[in-house]
Ligand binder design. Structure first.
Ligand SMILES: Cc1ncc(COP(=O)(O)O)c(C=O)c1O
Length: 406
């Protein structure tokens, strides 16, 4: 018989960049008996969730919930708004952008895929240049991954919006926030995004299984004439049923209990506080990496991800061998290198249900693991993070007082 919690003692450290640690509060919410999804209690649950989701996505428009992983919501974004042969401008920021591009091709769309180095975000100047060239407005949509989970690089959505506006190009703007929503500031409404794609298993702290489209009026209008086939993913029927608190199919009732709890936790903490917490943990992790003498994959400090950090392995060392040793010895799961980064980087997830001491434990596991796997590095990464987390200035002052002669 398979044991689902095969960890010797104490809590397993799940520090991959999603699925993330599910808080006990959410686990307890999932545990409630399933109710009639056509009854009045369920309708109240849906209405509360849909109201809360608007706050999380920072939008006044509809948010659609799918019983699907994030990939389903990618497909829904494209299939609801576009027609076969439509041109889509996409950017090779990493593994997930490449997968979304592949899907768009399979759906019969014509993709202009701008090559990238997997260490940088989307260059807003390039967006302007591409759109300015497109005098006939053949490009129907621009699709960007906000936070590339494979690289730890964040594209700057407000700057990309400005770049689009500079050309007054009418293309729809689609953004994948699967590893940024509820971790990094993201404003669907204010930033003029037409379709936002998200998933349950990262900043929302839920198990995998739900995904989302937040939709603008412009995207809704496009969906009325779009010709790509869709049925289960069609927005119209879901939005119509949601008005009364229901779904056109059997929804994931228990995951929705968890989502209700997650929204309560996030809004209770306050979104600005949630974003500040992620930024602090991102910064502490980056300081640790620099102190170890290891390189952060992301080239540009303005594009650092606050939900994960991808760290480059020194030449001649396999990141997956290191990860395996860390798992076996310290019961700590780190993210693997994806696509062409396999074996070359490991990723530390610092998003979701997470706090200072969980980060310290994670960084301690990485530092001990580097020693165990004989990866060349300097000691002191954990110390650098501790100093930052405990406010370096006051910590140094305290030490100086201790050593000062009386
Ligand atoms: C940025 C991004 N986009 C899309 C996906 C695909 O989502 P899923 O694996 O939930 O289908 C992921 C998964 O990690 C992701 O990180």
């Amino acid at each position: 018989m398979l044991r689902l919690d095969d960890h010797p003692s104490g809590r397993h450290f799940l520090q991959i960049p999603g699925p993330t640690n599910v808080p006990d509060r959410i686990l307890r919410a999932l545990d409630h008996p399933t109710i009639d999804h056509r009854g009045p209690e369920f309708a109240r649950l849906t209405v509360e969730i849909l109201g809360g989701l608007k706050k999380i996505f920072q939008t006044s428009g509809p948010v659609i919930i799918y019983s699907a992983s994030g990939t389903g919501a990618w497909e829904a974004a494209l299939a609801n708004t576009l027609s076969p042969g439509d041109r889509v401008l996409m950017f090779e920021t990493g593994h997930f952008a490449t997968l979304w591009r592949k899907m768009a091709g399979k759906l019969g769309l014509d993709i202009d895929f701008v090559a990238g180095d997997w260490q940088s975000g989307v260059d807003p100047a390039l967006v302007t240049a591409k759109l300015a060239e497109d005098k006939a407005h053949a490009i129907k949509a621009i699709a960007v991954v906000h936070n590339e989970t494979s690289t730890g690089v964040t594209s700057r959505i407000p700057l990309i919006r400005e770049a689009i506006d500079r050309t007054a190009h009418p293309a729809l703007f689609m953004v994948d926030t699967i590893s940024s929503l509820a971790s990094m500031d993201y404003r669907h409404g204010e930033w003029g995004v037409d379709v936002t794609v998200a998933g349950s298993q990262k900043g929302l702290m839920l198990p995998p299984g739900l995904s989302f489209n937040a939709v603008s009026d412009k995207a809704l209008a496009a969906s009325r004439t779009a010709k790509l086939p869709r049925s289960y993913f069609g927005w119209d029927e879901i939005i119509a049923s949601n008005r009364d608190g229901y779904f056109p199919y059997t929804p994931s009732t228990n995951l929705l209990y968890g989502l209700h709890e997650a929204i309560d936790m996030l809004l209770g903490e306050g979104l600005p506080q949630v974003f500040a917490r992620h930024h602090r943990h991102g910064e502490a992790t980056r300081r640790a990496a620099r102190a170890w003498g290891l390189s952060i994959l992301c080239r540009n400090a303005a594009e650092y991800s606050d939900s994960l950090t991808a760290i480059v392995m020194p030449d001649g060392h396999d990141a997956d061998v290191f990860r395996r040793k860390v798992l076996e010895r310290y019961d700590l799961s780190l993210g693997t290198g994806l696509g062409k980064l396999a074996g070359k980087v490991f990723r530390i997830g610092h998003l979701g249900f997470f706090n200072d001491l969980m980060l310290c434990g994670t960084l301690a596991g990485v530092e001990m693991g580097l020693g165990l796997a004989a990866v060349p590095h300097r000691a002191g990464g954990v110390q650098a993070a501790l100093e930052f987390l405990s406010d370096g200035v006051s910590a140094k002052a305290a030490r100086a007082r201790e050593v000062a002669p009386s």
